[in-house]
Design a protein around this ligand. Structure first.
Ligand SMILES: [Cu+2]
Length: 123
């Protein structure tokens, strides 16, 4: 009888611990590493190391794109055709772009014309 009790206790403990140690397979979103972002009416653009991240953006008309300059110098986001312009955003500061017009716009940084990107605004 004593032996039976001990065995049931061990079994019960084994079940308990196995239940506790079960790990839920956490679905971690995989970042494919692409610089292209999905179509959204919310967007955030970061400037770092003389690069726009992302440098290709697809957004809906009316989107306000938040722009964070995390670089050590001032940058701007200026449409090549003048459709939009953040003006110079100082290092560590933020600005925004309101995109009211559908189309594909190439843009650059005024002090650093080699910094380029594309924003596609869709209806
Ligand atoms: Cu720049």
């Amino acid at each position: 009888m004593k032996k039976f009790l001990t065995i049931s206790l061990v079994v019960a403990l084994a079940i308990l611990t196995s239940g506790c140690s079960k790990q839920s397979a956490a679905d971690t979103p995989t970042d494919s590493g692409t610089l292209e972002s999905p179509i959204s009416d919310q967007a955030q653009l970061t400037i770092k190391d003389f690069q726009f991240q992302p440098n290709k953006l697809v957004v809906k008309v009316g989107t306000v794109v938040g722009v964070a300059n995390q670089d050590k110098v001032a940058h701007s986001i200026t449409a090549d055709d003048g459709s939009f312009d953040t003006g110079l955003i100082d290092k560590g500061k933020s600005g925004s772009l309101t995109l009211d017009q559908a189309g594909t716009f190439t843009f650059h940084c005024t002090p650093h014309p080699f910094m380029t990107g594309t924003i596609t605004v869709v209806d």
